[in-house]
Design a protein. Structure first.
Length: 227
């Protein structure tokens, strides 16, 4: 395990709940209510994907200009909530500190736009990360592998040498498609298992050595399947 690639929303910080407030407000303005099923389908998705799901559910005209304006509004609305600080996911900050102390390089890999990510980093601490990759800086966001491939490239490493930590189906698919072993800590939605994934309930109590063990187990599985 040469590096750890972190998802942000729902993995490091419990910001998915703040996105939820924004989406629910958009539904309220259209005299409708966001169902748990539709909300679950948006978790971890790129902003464009989320807006597409919302427009389809509300039966709105998928006009590109209107959707772009909604996207901008959602980011501005959620950004105001980010200004008040972000709640840490259990155990995340301690693990960041432990990895930093051990000299393990880390990257932040998120579907969130750069401008909003910078606000989040004011709470999280940008000093933890050697590189950060945002959804508006790659051709295709998660579930495409582009963000993780870009992060590994910027670190000068093979994706297979990096352990990704994710919470969603979308993000896990992206990391796996890039070739990363993935530690999944589900937050709001269940994530199916696979040979390249190891699931745990929480980051709380995990050490750097624990991550190395998880990585080694997954790398062995992936090697056996390739062989």
């Amino acid at each position: 395990m040469r590096a750890v690639l972190w998802d942000m929303d729902g993995t490091l910080v419990d910001s998915e709940k703040l996105w939820d407030i924004g989406i629910q407000e958009f539904y309220r303005r259209h005299d409708s209510e966001l169902s748990p099923e539709v909300r679950a389908s948006t978790v971890g998705g790129s902003a464009e994907t989320v807006i597409g799901i919302v427009y389809a559910d509300l039966g709105l005209d998928p006009d590109p200009g209107a959707m772009a304006q909604t996207n901008d509004w959602l980011h501005a609305f959620t950004g105001e909530l980010f200004e008040d600080g972000l709640p840490w996911c259990d155990g995340a900050r301690n693990l960041l500190d432990a990895l930093a102390a051990a000299g393990v390089p880390m990257a932040l890999v998120t579907n969130t736009r750069r401008a909003l990510t910078e606000k989040a980093l004011n709470s999280i601490g940008r000093h933890y990360f050697s590189v950060t990759v945002c959804g508006d800086e790659v051709t295709d966001g998660k579930p495409a592998p582009d963000p993780y491939l870009r992060a590994a490239e910027l670190l000068g490493m093979d994706p297979g040498d990096c352990l990704a930590i994710e919470d969603s189906v979308t993000g896990t698919a992206a990391a796996e498609a890039a070739g990363c072993p993935v530690l999944v800590i589900p937050n709001e939605v269940e994530v199916p298992g696979s040979l390249r994934r190891r699931q745990m309930n929480t980051l709380h109590g995990l050490s750097v050595d624990d991550l190395r063990v998880v990585y080694a187990e997954l790398a062995d599985r992936m090697g056996e399947r390739t062989a």
